[in-house]
Ligand binder design. Structure first.
Ligand code: NAD
Length: 260
């Protein structure tokens, strides 16, 4: 279905980004990976997901908090892949602390990576998508883009901002073949959430299994983690012709979190 398209998935060396990259690869899209840490294992798993289609897999290590590096990433995408057809803004970090103790550098990093990076990638991606009259932009917001939790001021501000940014650019492109939407996951068991489970177990003197149960019990009525593959399936749908008029939505996949 996506043969001949190129998908750039930011922050795709791990977790949700990797799961989405694998699902898009399985539909035949070429994939540009990005993110820190080991690159060879994610590259191999994405190549194997797209093997039947003979897809091309690339990687660029841009730090998504740095606009000049994001520009270098787009220059790479243009030179090696002829541009970006599907942009998945997924790179993100978390820090948990009350506002009065929130480290200023953490606030700046969360706003830069979780929000401003999507402004930069969109301003660079939209002209090429408009020229082809086809494009898909999928922003990984969060249930925290729709409702708040204590201790997550920067993250909640960035994710609410990302939902607003999604709507605004969706309106700017509404008469074109470019769609812009957000996915708002609840808890997904990735390294980002594992850190919060570890901290909860340590702070409350409980086992990791109990910390996991209590984390789900507080917010997610299904009591089950959402999986990266489920989010990848939604991203694939958003790239399909059936979603040509899905524009500016913030689609929660959250086990019922924001229905409460
Ligand atoms: P993760 O920690 O597993 O993966 C984050 C990815 O981003 C990694 O590949 C990492 O290398 C990359 N990254 C971090 N900082 C970067 C930077 N400066 N430049 C480039 N890459 C960078 O996290 P995840 O849970 O898979 O989260 C992915 C996205 O989904 C984030 O935007 C997160 O806020 C969002 N999200 C996660 C959950 C959850 O429960 N895990 C829920 C809702 C939303």
């Amino acid at each position: 279905m996506l043969n001949g398209k190129t998908a750039l998935v930011t922050g795709s060396t791990s977790g949700i980004g990797l799961g989405i990259a694998e699902k898009l690869a399985a539909q035949g899209a070429n994939i540009i990976l990005n993110g820190f840490g080991d690159v060879e294992a994610p590259k191999a798993s994405v190549a194997s997901a797209g093997q039947a289609h003979g897809i091309k897999v690339g990687y660029h290590g841009a730090d998504m908090s740095k606009p000049a590096e994001i520009e270098a990433l787009f220059a790479y995408a243009q030179a090696e892949f002829g541009g970006v057809d599907i942009l998945v803004n997924n790179a993100g970090i978390q820090h948990v602390s009350n506002v009065e103790n929130f480290p200023v550098e953490k606030w700046d990093a969360i706003i830069a990576i979780n929000l401003s990076s999507a402004f930069h990638t969109m301003r660079l991606a939209v002209p090429g998508m408009r020229a082809k009259n086809w494009g898909r932009i999928i922003n990984l917001a969060s249930a925290h883009g729709l409702v708040a939790s204590a201790g997550k001021s920067a993250y909640v501000a960035a994710k609410h901002g990302l939902v607003g940014l999604t709507k605004s650019v969706a309106l700017e492109t509404a008469t074109t073949g470019v769609t812009v939407n957000a996915i708002c996951p609840g808890w997904v068991l990735t390294p980002l959430v594992q850190k919060q489970i570890d901290a909860k177990a340590a702070n409350e003197g409980i086992s990791l299994a109990d910390a996991q149960k209590s984390l789900l019990g507080e917010k997610q009525p299904s009591l089950q983690f959402v999986t990266p593959g489920q989010l990848g399936d939604l991203a694939v749908f958003m790239c399909s012709p059936g979603a040509d008029n899905v524009r500016g939505v913030a689609w929660n996949v959250d086990g019922g979190w924001v229905a409460q």
